[in-house]
Design a protein around this ligand. Structure first.
Ligand code: ADP
Ligand code: MG
Length: 697
């Protein structure tokens, strides 16, 4: 064990020097990102149990869902007939006792002992009497009274080998020495603006709360700091970019754009008009545009992007429109060709599979510097594609591209003038959230659907309805429509016997869909094979496309009216919404059917999809359920992560933080004023990026 350092315990003391922490525990603490005493202090409970919500055991009835605290009076492991081993404990409080059962978790025998006090929540069911089936539990240790000093119980995030009990003990043992050393670094005016307590009080409140409300106020101080720091960083990055990134100053000549508006076969939605106005303002400014256009599937992003493209072209510039797959690029080129035909503009398609002659022709046009609109895949940023006058880069489904590819296109301009950049995304999130996540971008939101769009009828159907569901699908095909059947996996996994698309394909062709023209699409096919299958479906040569989620994005087949999804519980809500967006694109009524027996929790989650056709509602629910990471995916590096704050739940706080960050930077862009100096130091300490952004001199 390491020797104790001379002198007292400080916030910077490594955890190995803390009483109760040896090398093994120090390793485990590292897993929780706890390296120093300060980190331990900042490892705040993720949840609280208020003693007032804890029920007397005697009052529990079968069917209740309840939280209890009780002392273990006996434990045991029981084998079941199916060979499953069940860990059981009997717990008791002042009012009575109840049996608690953990099927399949015999190893709990090593973690729960007689005399331990447990906090348990879960449903009460009938099994030889009342029995609690804990959804979760916390071992509070021996002799705990379950109230952590006050009436409120703090529950810490733990890790295997490091229980809540141990963490709580560590915090408790050092809190009185550490708290007095904590000093506030946010200016009093900032705390006042957010209405949050100072740091020391906040930490005392989160670790030893007098009430849940007090704990949450303390938590708000910590969440606010995270949000403020992220907004300071992003706002600063944004301002710097504006200062340093000279862009092209386009002139709003109202030539091509005005003509386009005249020939459009429909009126623009209010949201489209607003977004176009925001884009035009960016493009006609001397600074570079760096804007994200968000909108649900079918919100009409392409048309908006075309106004931007035409503005660039009427200024003599070239435009690159990049899509993630060949098929999407082709589809865009066709749509654009149709929409722009009245203006006499033909897009240039640039993909890997174009013939050498076609590519040469395209290359000549791009090199000539004549205004044109190049639509393509990442081939647009590869060697051999050279724009003489690239003025605008449009990136569709931007999250499907890596940071490098996006950058490569944005850097394609010649000379000091970089092209304007318009990113598009079909995972709509609330504007304030978008600003937290992508603070260095400007954001336009298409939150309005074009009129006359048929809503897709969505339903969740049990296994028992399978035959009827397929009969319905058959009737749709017989009426001339097409359908998708989507599965979550490619092959049977040994562990989970899921019906995979491959096996299902055989079953469907032999059974319920016999005689229809089926095709199979899955992730193991090469890009060309996938494109070929999709093309046949698009051209009507295939009635039913049996697929894994590879069809998720973008493809537009207006004649498809049924989206049947198997094992819907295995998909995220946003993913389901994207899938549903593949139908309802034509004039005929469309259906999205979620088929399978799902558990009650999954059913509740899926109800969001059944009830709402609004991508914003779905994305919000998805975020709330799964957290940020999943929704934004791994590619979204650069998206900030938070320890305490939840940009969705803390949306109001985030708005305040953004306002405060803007005011601070307007007054003191480098955080050099005495009032801001300590805050600036903490910011630089916490975020490597800050060193660059707030460099003095
Ligand atoms: P997104 O890319 O946002 O999913 P698209 O740009 O592909 O949506 O538009 C979906 C469909 O709606 C296209 O067929 C498009 O021509 C049509 N559309 C776009 N804007 C309008 C509008 N204002 N009114 C009617 N139809 C529109
Ligand atoms: Mg689109």
């Amino acid at each position: 064990m390491s020797p104790r350092p001379a002198g007292r315990l400080t916030l910077e003391t490594p955890v190995t020097y803390l009483t109760g922490v040896g090398p093994r525990r120090a390793e485990l603490l590292k897993r929780l990102n706890i390296f120093t005493a300060r980190d331990l202090l900042l490892h705040i409970p993720h949840r609280y149990e208020d003693a007032s919500t804890v029920r007397p055991i005697a009052s529990l009835r079968v069917g209740d869902d309840a939280t209890v605290i009780g002392t273990v009076i006996s434990t045991g492991i029981l084998p079941t007939r199916k060979g499953l081993r069940v860990f059981q404990a009997v717990v008791q409080d002042a009012s009575g006792l109840i049996e608690v059962s953990w099927p399949g978790q015999p190893w709990l025998d090593r973690q729960i002992a007689k005399e331990d006090v447990l906090l348990l929540s879960g449903p009460v069911r009938f099994f030889h009497g009342r029995q609690l089936a804990p959804r979760e539990f916390v071992n509070l240790g021996t002799g705990a009274d379950g109230t952590s000093g006050g009436r409120v119980l703090a529950v810490y995030g733990a890790t295997e080998g490091l229980s809540v009990k141990v963490l709580r003990g560590l915090v408790e043992a050092h809190l009185d020495v550490l708290l007095p050393q904590v000093e506030e670094y946010l200016p009093p005016a900032v705390l006042a603006a957010a209405g949050v307590p100072a740091l020391r009080d906040a930490l005392a409140a989160v670790h030893r709360p007098a009430s849940v409300a007090a704990a949450l106020e303390g938590r708000a101080r910590l969440a606010f700091e995270e949000l403020l720091f992220v907004h300071l960083l992003q706002r600063r990055a944004h301002l710097l970019a504006r200062e340093t990134r000279a862009g092209i100053r386009f002139e709003n000549r109202r030539e091509l754009t005005s003509r386009f508006r005249e020939v459009l076969p429909f009126a623009l939605t209010g949201a489209q008009v607003r977004s176009i106005r925001e884009i035009v303002a960016d493009m006609t400014a001397p600074t570079r545009m760096h804007r994200l256009l968000q909108g649900d599937v079918g919100a009409g992003k392409t048309v908006v992007a075309l106004f931007a493209a035409l503005l660039a072209m009427e200024n003599g510039a070239q435009v690159a429109f990049m899509a993630p797959t060949e098929l999407l690029a082709e589809q865009h080129a066709q749509t654009i060709d149709r929409l722009l035909a009245p203006l006499g503009i033909v897009p240039v398609l640039i993909t890997g599979s174009r013939s050498a002659a076609e590519r040469r022709l395209a290359a000549t046009r791009l090199a000539s510097g004549e205004p044109c609109l190049a639509v393509g895949t990442h081939a647009l940023v590869q060697e051999g594609t050279r724009f003489a006058r690239l003025g605008l880069a449009i990136i569709d489904e931007q999250h499907r591209f890596g940071v490098d590819q996006r950058k490569a296109l944005a850097e394609r301009g010649l000379g000091p003038e970089r092209p304007d950049v318009l990113l598009m995304s079909a995972t709509p999130i609330p504007r304030s959230l978008a600003l937290t996540m992508y603070g260095d971008l400007d954001v336009s939101v298409l939150d309005e659907r074009p009129p006359g769009r048929q809503p897709v009828t969505t339903a969740l159907r049990p296994e028992s309805a399978r035959a009827r569901v397929f009969a319905f699908l058959r009737r749709q095909v017989e009426a001339g429509r097409q359908a998708y059947v989507v599965y979550p996996l490619v092959e049977d996994s040994e562990k989970v016997a899921l019906k995979a698309a491959t096996t299902a394909f055989d079953e469907l062709s032999a059974g319920p869909l016999a005689g229809l023209r089926l095709a199979l699409l899955h992730g193991r096919l090469s890009a060309e094979e996938k494109d070929a299958v999709m093309r046949r479906f698009r051209d009507g040569a295939v009635d039913v496309l049996v697929a894994t989620t590879v069809i998720e994005v973008g493809i537009d087949v207006p004649n498809a009216t049924v989206m049947l999804i198997e094992h819907p519980e295995r998909f995220g809500l946003s993913q389901l919404h994207q899938l549903r967006g593949r139908v309802g694109r034509g004039a005929a009524e469309s259906f999205c059917i979620l088929l399978g027996d799902v558990g009650p929790e999954a059913a509740e989650r899926l109800q969001v999809i059944v009830d709402s056709d609004d991508g914003f509602v779905v994305a919000r629910a998805d975020l709330a359920l799964r957290g940020m990471g999943d929704l934004f995916g791994e590619r979204q590096s650069g998206v900030p992560t938070f320890r305490v704050a939840d940009p969705l739940r803390d949306e109001a706080l985030s708005e305040v933080a953004r306002g405060v960050a803007e005011r601070i930077l307007a007054e003191d862009p480098l955080l050099a004023l005495p009032a801001h100096r300590r805050m600036g130091e903490m910011l630089r300490r916490g975020y490597g990026r800050a060193l660059e952004l707030f460099r003095v001199g």
